[in-house]
Design a protein around this ligand. Structure first.
Ligand code: NAG
Ligand code: NAG
Ligand code: NAG
Ligand code: NAG
Ligand code: NAG
Ligand code: NAG
Ligand code: NAG
Ligand code: NAG
Ligand code: NAG
Length: 877
């Protein structure tokens, strides 16, 4: 993400406050009993996995030749607004290593032109379509590459969607780790195959926006997560991303167990780099860094945008100060070598050493020319935007996703699809484009007109917006439209065949913009739709016999005010469709295509049907504590365990046709052992060839006669400062107060590790279920087969009744047509995280009940169950 000028102003105010109350932010506040952030040192060196060995070999050859100033330069940004991209690293021109361009965000290239505004992550999740997940990733990769972005800040899987009101859930794929994990893996593959480094984010526990950031007067909230919940829910999609070979991981703003995610050694060194075997680099979220030496030791590899806590003053925790910390012996040379090697290796791994384009856009301006370094205030000007059109034919992918995500929740009397000659009366401002201009609110920081994206850094400018009302007018012969969110008192009389289409929405976003009283999270709006949408639906339901409600939403809403009204016959969730909001909807409304989206979260009847611990944390003196006392029980896991019937269950989604599940059979592919076979020992890294002696101070002297850009961040030091640091390094390096548990002896690597993502045996296929899906209705359509696993009972382990483990979407099936599908359940998918053994445990002595693999079209619409012990049967009811 990157900050808005308003946020900078706020930061400046906080800076002034900090002069009054200079409380160090590194001091830890107490977290609830039982939660600890244990030390884990040193940061594991990258390069021990064969998938990356060639890139590491190349990286080591290049880094060996770098000076201290060059190495340091690559590990941090040159400062906020100090280049074309939202993040710009320093370079090492002497050895021909370029500046790297980092740019948001998950649904398209932020702040530019001639790009595609794809549907948001939540919309992609609602398609349950692996091919489209991959295709969007590839299209995004082509666009980021085309604009010269080296590092795309996507995908987002954290927040996972634990809190229905959380502001940024829509950037990810839904409130389930497997849905998130599969979508992230496919996005990363698609993006990185274009040569772009993907960034999975935010590690971890960033489940709400408010109080997410450290500032000089208050620490960020602490997400207190127990080890099993971390592994089985929140870390799961990150493990899939690392397994897909992701080049970079971004930290969360918040703390985990009291220790900031940017410098939590257990999280980064142990879990991410040792257990998950992550070979790329760990970067900060924008301005999430809170220390220099401690962050380096705890495994941080890249500081973004390079500034210290208060941006724009030319201060940094790294750059010149990291040079100092290496010279004075506090940061071991080996740690710096690892930091820079990880970054350079990721660059080689994606092939960016071969003809990679330089940036040809500017995140700072939409004009052709502008200041080269806006953050410098006085800056040379030049051409900063070449207006390169990178859209290609990506609108097709975007539209297919928008269409195949549309989720039909209710369709009484089969009122949908509509005939194009039906008299349509359309209501609600959400049906039209924002009358002030589709991009009039920067970072989509307003809710005006149809909602295609949430707000914040995870947005992109619309190249155009195919809005719903224009699309409806193109198709239907009789359309009237009231763009007010209040039902008109005076209007043409309603006749009984008229159908009302009511458009409503619910928005949320990132914390640096407050929209209609909602500071990112949905505080004021709650889970109700915005702009009195409930009243609009009720009034329409009063006036018409047939009302179709179309909802654009960032996530769950409450519908109890109107869902059971007699005339509310149909409800469509169009999620956040991005630029393709129009035809994608009319394709469904008028029946060209049957809806095939399914909910990526549950829709409850009332907010307190969900655990109290998943509500937003409010203000606290000191560090707000966000403790995951609900453990594994979020969303449908909780509702099933508590026997609470939601309004619409996780996975729910109707079609214009119906499907039968038949011919199911189960095969066991691998014999299950309690724990996976032992991992291979950690391999060697080519980093052993480095000379880890502190280099001479002269390597960081400012070049003589160098003309500095005001406030720009450099890795050089003035000669006296460099010499003084080197003197300490040579005589007195042991005085740095290293954290308790600090060590420089590389650890062997935990037993749950072994390859990217963890022990590769975790992905051994255990069960394969094959079945036939038949279209038993009268229209063509696509089915989604969801596979949930139930664990054996009597194991002594508390497990949620059902957990999604795989899914597959059929092609378009004509009436009567069948398709054979397969789902696969891996070892990890039948295991629990054993916190004592620190490994994944399966249940081999499963008794009669054994594992169940439940197949259906929603978690409450299960058709077939196959038992681990063999055999499948239909599920009653
Ligand atoms: C948080 O604390 C819990 C309870 O002590 C522990 O199991 C878990 O590993 C800790 N997580 C991190 C990231 O430190
Ligand atoms: C590194 O430097 C050596 C000697 O200066 C040179 O021979 C070699 O080509 C350089 N390697 C790279 C990758 O630049
Ligand atoms: C650091 O990067 C900046 C920006 O690319 C560049 O001007 C400077 O020369 C680099 N420093 C070194 C030591 O190469
Ligand atoms: C070395 O420099 C770093 C960065 O300025 C500083 O944090 C650290 O305390 C210094 N160490 C010593 C021993 O002076
Ligand atoms: C509307 O179109 C359908 C076919 O799409 C036709 O059966 C019906 O008669 C038409 N109704 C009117 C009022 O024209
Ligand atoms: C390692 O680096 C130090 C400091 O630059 C230098 O004095 C020493 O000769 C180097 N050792 C080798 C083997 O190159
Ligand atoms: C060692 O460093 C500490 C501070 O980091 C300083 O107080 C002390 O005077 C130094 N001792 C010597 C011998 O330089
Ligand atoms: C089910 O399997 C039988 C035997 O293999 C086959 O004849 C039949 O066509 C299958 N049914 C479907 C719907 O695929
Ligand atoms: C496609 C295209 O025109 N790419 C250009 C983007 O701009 C850089 C210069 O900043 C050129 O090198 C690329 O060719």
């Amino acid at each position: 993400m990157s900050l808005h000028p308003k946020a900078l102003l706020a930061a400046f105010v906080l800076f002034l406050l900090s002069l009054i109350n200079a409380s160090p932010t590194v001091k830890r506040d107490p977290v609830p009993t039982g939660y600890v952030a244990a030390p884990y040192y040193p940061a594991p060196r990258g390069g021990w996995l064969s998938d990356w060995s060639e890139s590491y070999a190349k990286a080591v050859r290049l880094v060996t030749n770098m000076t201290l100033a060059e190495k340091v330069n690559i590990t941090a940004g040159t400062g906020i607004f100090m280049g074309r991209c939202v993040g710009n690293t320093g370079s090492a021109p002497r050895v021909r290593f370029p500046q790297l361009c980092l740019q948001d965000g998950p649904l398209g290239i932020r702040n530019t032109d001639h790009n595609t505004a794809f549907p948001a992550g939540i919309t992609v999740g609602a398609t349950w379509d692996k091919d489209l997940m991959y295709a969007r990733g590839a299209a995004l990769g082509e666009e980021f590459r085309g604009k010269g972005v080296n590092i795309a800040l996507l995908p987002s899987v954290g927040p996972l969607g634990r809190k229905p009101r959380g502001g940024r859930n829509w950037e990810g794929f839904g409130s389930d780790p497997v849905l998130q994990g599969i979508a992230a893996m496919l996005t990363i593959q698609g993006t990185q195959e274009q040569g772009v480094i993907a960034t999975i984010k935010h590690l971890i526990g960033n489940e709400q926006e408010m109080y997410r950031m450290y500032n000089p007067v208050q620490p960020a909230y602490s997400a207190n997560i127990d080890d099993r919940t971390l592994h089985e829910l929140y870390l799961w999609p990150f493990a899939e991303g690392v397994r897909a070979g992701v080049g970079s991981v971004m930290c969360a703003y918040n703390a985990v167990n009291g220790s900031a995610s940017s410098q939590n050694s257990y999280l980064t060194n142990k879990i991410l780099k040792d257990e998950l075997g992550f070979q790329g680099f760990y970067m900060t979220d924008w301005l999430a860094q809170i220390s220099g030496v401690a962050a380096a030791l705890a495994g941080l590899d890249m500081s973004m945008p390079g500034d210290g806590s208060i941006p724009l003053f030319g201060n940094s925790y790294w750059m010149y100060d990291l040079s100092r910390a290496v010279l004075n012996g506090s940061v071991p040379v080996s740690r710096l070598n690892d930091m820079v090697t990880r970054i350079v290796a990721a660059w080689y791994q994606m092939g960016q050493d071969q003809d990679y384009p330089e940036p040809n856009f500017s995140t700072n301006t939409q004009d052709r020319e502008g200041p080269l370094y806006p953050g410098a205030v006085i800056s040379p000007r030049g051409v900063v935007n070449e207006f390169v059109d990178v859209k290609g034919s990506h609108a097709e992918v975007a539209r297919a996703i928008a269409r195949d995500a549309i989720t039909l929740l209710k369709n009484e009397d089969n009122v949908l699809p509509l005939s194009t000659n039906t008299s349509l009366r359309v209501y609600g401002s959400d049906a039209q484009a924002n009358p002030d201009g589709i991009n009039s609110c920067s970072d989509r920081g307003c809710n005006k007109g149809t909602l295609g994206q949430g707000w914040g850094s995870g947005t992109a400018n619309y190249p155009y917006l195919d809005d719903p009302i224009s699309a409806i007018r193109r198709r239907a012969s009789s359309v009237t439209y009231s763009s007010s969110d209040t039902f008109p008192l005076i209007q043409d009389p309603v006749s009984e065949n008229d159908v009302a289409l009511v458009f409503i929405n619910a928005d949320s976003g990132e914390n640096y913009i407050t929209v209609e009283g909602n500071p990112g999270d949905r505080t004021t709006a709650g889970l109700q739709v915005w702009h009195n949408g409930d009243e609009l639906v009720k009034a329409a339901a009063n006036a018409f016999d047939t009302v179709v409600v179309i909802v654009h939403t960032v996530g769950p809403i409450l519908m109890e005010d109107w869902i059971e009204l007699h005339s509310v016959k149909a409800v469509l969730f169009a999620h956040l469709p991005g630029q393709e909001a129009g035809d994608s909807l009319t394709d469904i409304l008028f029946g060209d295509v049957s809806p095939s989206g399914h909910l990526p979260y549950s829709l409850v009847r009332r907010e307190d049907d969900l655990p109290a611990s998943t509500q937003l944390r409010g203000f606290a003196i000191g560090q707000p504590q966000d403790t995951y006392t609900e453990g594994l029980y979020i969303d449908y896991r909780y509702l099933l365990a508590q026997n609470i019937t939601p309004r619409y269950a996780f996975g729910h989604g109707l079609s214009y046709t119906t499907f039968s599940f038949s011919n199911a059979s189960i095969e066991q592919l691998t014999t299950l052992s309690t724990f996976p076979p032992a991992r291979a020992p950690k391999g060697t890294t080519p980093q052993t060839v480095y000379n880890n002696t502190i280099p001479p101070a002269s390597e960081v002297y400012y070049p003589s006669g160098f003309r500095r850009i005001n406030r720009y961040l450099y890795s050089w030091l003035e000669r006296p400062a460099a010499d003084a640091a080197a003197h300490i390094g040579a005589t007195n390096s042991s005085t740095y107060p290293y954290p308790v548990g600090y060590s420089e002896t590389e650890k062997p690597g935990p037993r749950a590790g072994g390859a990217q993502g963890g022990n590769p045996a975790l992905w051994d296929p255990i069960f394969r279920v094959s079945l036939s899906i038949t279209n038993t209705g009268e229209r063509a359509g696509r089915a989604v087969v969801q596979a949930y696993v139930s664990y054996p009972t009597g194991t002594g382990w508390d497990t949620p009744p059902l957990q999604l483990r795989d899914f597959v979407k059929t092609g378009v099936l004509e009436p009567g047509e069948s398709e054979a599908v397969e789902v696969v359940v891996s070892r990890k998918a039948v295991s629990v995280w054993d916190t004592t053994v620190q490994d994944w445990r399966a249940f081999t002595d499963a008794g009669e009940s054994g594992y169940g693999i439940w197949l259906g079209e929603a978690v409450d619409d299960l058709r077939v169950v196959c038992l681990g012990s063999g055999g499948c049967e239909e599920v009653d009811g």
